[in-house]
Design a protein around this ligand. Structure first.
Ligand code: BGC
Length: 251
């Protein structure tokens, strides 16, 4: 079993959060520090805000040598950010892992945010005992996804960008669409039904885990969905990215 502490940092479209994690138990062992994502989410500004945040978290840890995992809302391939759905387009193609490592003066583990959250749910959360195929989706500004089979993460699945009825799925079914269009639970659930029904048809998963802040209201919309697949709320919600990034940095 993996033990020890690591720092997890979760970079999102609206906030950057970090904390020290006990990767044996999957719990935060420091306060969570959160700062706003600089407006426009330009690379230099986000990197600088992350550096300042890490200083504070490392101070709280009383240890400057802990492994650091950073998760980010884009495709991450070989350390490069390869997409930019809700952040500055300048991230596309950047060697972001190296840029962060240089600014933070240490090596980091760098991973997509939904992949980190999915890993956390499989290691320490709602999918801990699941032997088959798990699909985690985070319903937030966008839709993030993690595909995990028998505990192995298949990275960068980007299932929020499936085309559904001629549109990008996240633009219809993310939590931001509910807010933007002022949809009630039933109206939003119709879109989620279409979305999860399609995922189910393509992948035949064993379990859907639904994350993102709105998943704490799962009782409002899960009963409105008609799926073959079991669907459960994420255990860690807003901390899942931090936990997963830290656990991956220690793995
Ligand atoms: C991005 C994903 C990310 C998700 C959640 C999507 O728009 O394409 O990479 O995981 O948002 O932040």
């Amino acid at each position: 079993m993996v033990t020890g502490r690591a720092i997890g940092i979760d970079i999102g479209g609206t906030g950057i959060k970090g904390a020290v994690v006990d990767v044996g138990t999957g719990s935060l062992v420091s306060d969570r520090i959160k700062v706003p994502t600089p407006s426009g989410a330009e690379p230099e500004d986000v990197i600088e805000a992350t550096r300042a945040l890490l200083d504070r978290v490392a101070d709280a840890a009383g240890d400057d040598t802990l492994p650091v995992g950073v998760c980010f809302p884009a495709v991450v391939q070989h350390g490069r950010t390869m997409s930019a759905a809700n952040i500055s387009k300048r991230w596309i193609g950047l060697a972001a892992q190296d840029l962060f490592a240089e600014a933070l003066s240490r090596d980091i583990f760098f991973v997509n945010d939904a992949d980190a959250a999915g890993y956390a749910e499989v290691r320490f959360g709602a999918a801990a005992d699941e032997e088959g195929l798990v699909i985690l989706t985070t319903l937030g500004t966008g839709i993030g996804s993690a595909l995990i089979h028998r505990g192995i993460l298949i990275p960068n699945s980007e299932l929020g960008h499936l085309e559904l009825d001629g549109q990008d799925a996240e633009s219809r079914a993310a939590y931001s669409a509910k807010e933007r269009e002022d949809l009630d639970w039933a109206e939003w659930a119709e879109r989620l039904q279409r979305y999860y029904g399609h995922l189910e048809f393509i992948f035949s998963p064993d379990l859907f885990v639904v994350g993102g802040g709105v998943s704490k209201h799962w009782e409002e919309f899960f009963p409105l969905l008609d799926l073959r697949t079991r669907i459960v709320p994420a255990t860690h919600r807003n901390n899942a990215g931090i936990l997963g990034a830290a656990a991956l940095a220690r793995s």
